[in-house]
Ligand binder design. Structure first.
Ligand SMILES: C[S@@+](CC[C@H](N)C(=O)[O-])C[C@H]1O[C@@H](n2cnc3c(N)ncnc32)[C@H](O)[C@@H]1O
Length: 417
């Protein structure tokens, strides 16, 4: 039986620099044309090890065989210390092969915790408790479907009545106007791509990289996007991509689920991986919306508004979904001050709007009848005439960042781009 030492030496002997990467890739493609997706073939040079930021190459068949024998002998583990239960059928590795990443069902596991390393180098988990809570929520509950085929996440947080659905579609379509096409669109964290309008964002791009740390999300996304997508398990605060790798990034309704002290770093990461001249579009929610706060306060004073403001059946169902055994979910939306203090000074960021009004507002005021239609039109007019103000005082802003040339990154190892 081979020892871990022998295996490490076996990999590292044959591990010089970039020439090996080219040779690897050509030989591998000749051997494995049938098993690697076109999106992986196109995107492999963009991928990086989330621990060291080094480029990654595919393990050859002989390397996989050696590795699988070592896994069976318990000589390698995940970096978080957990056991590697299944053998590898396809994998990426750093040049010295000390960090190896599984590819399974076209999903690439590029999370630092899930790196496969010699057992003695397993360092324990890097994920703080808040991130574990969010990951478990989406894997176990959020992207599972309820009996009527709707995602639990949609049911609990975003489902709206029939009148508001058209409004939601318009808000989603608005995001696509900021995307001008190119080779690669990165969608962090894509989730299950729960709305049909989301599919259109990648129309002008060759590849859409869907990144999320929920595997259930990516399985759903893969069913919808197929070959156009590359599906990567990754963390938004440690993106496994080269500097300037992609043409545009979208990150919708996610950064407020990142631990509060890391939210600025998450925005910086999105900018780091975007090429100069590219664009980053982020949908966020303010912890405090001046407009929503005022409306709901005034509603309490006016009888007419109070009558109108009864929750719709959809809102009642959503509340019931939240009340019945929903697992915990970390959520920390910040206020405009954070954007003004930390995001705007660091980046060329404009404030725009995804939706000025909250889901509660939509369910209470976008109701059938003349008054409901009038309110809906007024909201849409406000958003299109004064998008900055609607984003500032409303509920859900968009941050639109134009990435400039010459940004310095403290990532000394990643000199390849
Ligand atoms: C509210 S859902 C949004 C999904 C989709 N973008 C949308 O707009 O419907 C949040 C998603 O972010 C993912 N997520 C949360 N924190 C993350 C992190 N640190 N790294 C990667 N994905 C994360 C969750 O797994 C989940 O799929």
């Amino acid at each position: 039986m081979e020892s871990a030492q022998v295996i490490i030496l076996g990999f590292s002997c044959a591990a010089p620099g970039p020439t090996r990467a080219l040779v690897d890739s050509k030989r591998f493609h000749d051997q494995n044309r049938a098993v690697i997706s076109p999106a992986l073939e196109r995107s492999l040079p963009l991928l990086r090890c989330p621990v060291t930021r080094e480029p990654l190459t595919l393990l050859e068949s002989e390397e996989l065989a050696v590795m699988n024998r070592a896994l069976a002998a318990g000589q390698w583990r995940h970096r978080d210390g957990s056991n590697v239960a299944e053998p590898l059928s396809l994998a990426l590795g750093t040049a010295d092969r000390r960090l190896v990443y599984r590819i399974e069902d076209e999903i690439i596991w590029l999370l630092a915790d899930m790196a496969i390393v010699p057992a003695a180098e397993a360092a324990g988990s890097d994920l703080p408790p808040e991130k574990r809570v969010v990951r478990a929520f989406y894997d176990d509950f959020g992207w599972a479907k309820s009996e009527d085929g709707v995602f639990n996440d949609t049911k609990a947080f975003t489902e709206v009545g029939s009148q508001a659905r058209g409004y939601r579609r318009k808000c989603n379509t608005r995001i696509g106007r900021w995307l001008s096409g190119g080779a690669v669109l990165l969608d962090v964290a894509s989730g299950a791509i729960p709305h049909p309008e989301y599919l259109d964002y990648s129309n002008g791009y060759e590849t859409r990289i869907c990144m999320d740390f929920s595997v259930r999300a990516l399985r759903e996304a893969r069913q919808k996007l197929g070959d156009k997508g590359l599906y990567v398990i990754g963390d938004i605060t440690r993106l496994p991509l080269a500097n300037g790798a992609v043409d545009a990034v979208i990150s919708l309704h996610t950064i407020y689920h990142v631990p509060q002290p890391e939210q600025t770093a998450a925005v910086d990461e999105l900018v780091r991986v975007t090429r100069p001249g590219g664009r980053v579009v982020i949908a966020y929610v303010w912890g405090y919306s001046w407009a929503m706060n005022t409306v709901f306060r005034v509603r309490g004073w006016l009888g007419w508004l109070r009558r109108m403001g009864r929750p719709s059946p959809v809102a009642a169902e959503a509340a019931a979904a939240r009340d019945t055994g929903m697992p915990d979910l970390y959520f920390h939306p910040q206020n405009y001050d954070w954007f003004a203090r930390e995001v705007a000074p660091r980046h060329d960021a404009r404030l725009r709007v995804w939706s000025a009004v909250s889901t509660a507002f939509q369910n209470r005021f976008f109701v059938p009848g003349f008054a409901g239609r009038l309110i809906l039109r007024l909201v849409l007019a406000f958003e299109s005439l004064l998008p900055w103000l609607a984003g500032r005082v409303g509920q859900y802003p968009l941050f639109v960042i134009n990435v400039k040339a010459g940004r310095a990154f403290c990532d000394e190892k990643d000199k390849s781009r």
